[in-house]
Design a protein around this ligand. Structure first.
Ligand SMILES: [Zn+2]
Length: 164
C-alpha cells in the first residue's frame, strides 16, 4: 500500500508524541492501532465520506496524543472513544479486522456451543453424564472453533483485510 504525505505526517506526529510517552502506554492505549487505522482511513477516504470525515479527527488525536494519554481519566476515555469510533467504522463498513479476529470469535462460539450441545446430549442420554458431556463439548467445541476460525482468518489474510 502506497503511503501518502498525509499518512507520513500523521505517523511522524504520533512517533514524536510517543517519545514523551511511557513504553507501556504506547502498548496499553493501542497507539500502534491508531497508526494502522490512520493508514486504512487514508486509503479509503477517496471513496468514503465517513473516512474523509474521520481524517481531521485522526489529525486532532495525533496532534494531542500526549495530552490525551497523560491527562486525567476523562481525557483518556475520550481518546479511547475516538479510537473505537474509527475502529468500528473500519471493521463494519470496510471489513478490516484485528489480527486473529475469527480465531478468537469462533473459539468462543465453539466453546459456548459445545458446552450447550454436550450437556444437552448427555442430559438426554443419561443425567449422570452431564459432567462428561460438558468436558467433551468444551474440547470439541474449542477444536472445531479454532479450525473454522483459522480457515476464515487465512482467507482474510489473503484478501489483506487485517489491520496491519
Ligand atoms: Zn470509510
Amino acid at each position: 500500500m502506497e503511503e501518502s504525505v498525509w499518512f507520513k505526517k500523521i505517523e511522524n506526529q504520533i512517533m514524536v508524541q510517543n517519545e514523551r510517552l511511557y513504553k507501556k502506554d504506547f502498548k496499553f492505549y493501542h497507539v500502534d492501532t491508531l497508526i494502522k487505522l490512520a493508514k486504512r482511513v487514508d486509503s479509503f477516504s477517496t471513496d468514503c465520506a465517513t473516512c474523509k470525515y474521520l481524517k481531521p479527527n485522526i489529525e486532532e488525536i495525533s496532534e494531542n496524543l500526549y495530552e490525551y494519554l497523560k491527562g486525567d481519566v476523562i481525557s483518556r476515555k475520550k481518546y479511547e472513544k475516538k479510537l473505537d469510533e474509527i475502529n468500528d467504522h473500519i471493521r463494519k463498513v470496510h471489513q478490516i479486522f484485528p489480527k486473529q479476529y475469527n480465531l478468537s470469535l469462533y473459539s468462543f462460539l465453539g466453546v459456548a456451543g459445545g458446552l450447550i450441545f454436550g450437556s444437552l446430549i448427555a442430559f438426554l442420554i443419561d443425567k449422570n453424564f452431564v459432567k462428561q458431556g460438558l468436558i467433551l463439548g468444551f474440547a470439541f467445541g474449542l477444536i472445531a472453533g479454532r479450525i473454522i476460525g483459522k480457515i476464515k482468518d487465512n482467507s482474510l489474510k489473503k484478501e489483506d483485510r487485517f489491520l496491519n
